[in-house]
Design a protein around this ligand. Structure first.
Ligand code: 5GP
Ligand code: ZN
Length: 139
């Protein structure tokens, strides 16, 4: 369940000291070393999966359920005005540590941070073609 070469496995299981704000038998929530905002934290499972594709759905559901609880508690304790939950998969999507984790980013009015993307453009034809990719074949 652990990967001996993985830094987040080591942090989550206590081999490397860190600033944790929550811990149970399966998860540790640590403060990010390069925080986007005050209180930016990461949910780390104590077991190793590289990303959301590899992780079983039950585990993903459990981790995101913890994200909801942490969002509420962190918003309250930190006095945040809002919250971003971010989860990156693969290098192209910004993942730099290949152990599944969820970013918990408290937001404050005027914090000057950007978490997101620049809106693009679409055409009705293009959107329709994409929708077709999700239509089940009847045979
Ligand atoms: P990713 O880009 O993979 O979604 O996020 C990795 C995050 O982990 C980054 O926000 C980075 O600041 C944080 N990080 C990387 N190494 C460490 C570490 O050793 N300790 C802590 N607390 N955070 C780390
Ligand atoms: Zn790991």
């Amino acid at each position: 369940m652990r990967d001996d070469n993985c830094i987040f496995c080591k942090i989550a299981n206590g081999d490397i000291p860190t600033n944790a704000i929550y811990e149970d038998d399966k998860y540790k929530v640590i403060l990010d070393l390069g925080p986007a905002t005050r209180g930016h934290a990461l949910i780390l499972p104590k077991y190793h999966f590289a990303n959301i594709y590899e992780m079983p759905a039950e585990n993903v559901a459990e981790a995101f359920s913890l994200a909801k609880r942490m969002a509420e508690e962190m918003t309250d304790r930190l006095g945040a005005d809002g919250f971003n939950i971010v989860q990156n998969n693969n290098e192209v999507a910004g993942q730099t540590v290949f152990h599944f984790h969820i970013h918990l980013i408290p937001r404050y009015k005027g914090d000057g941070q950007t978490v997101g993307w620049k809106p693009g453009e679409s055409t009705p034809e293009e959107l329709s073609k994409i929708r077709e990719l999700f239509q089940k074949s009847s045979s």
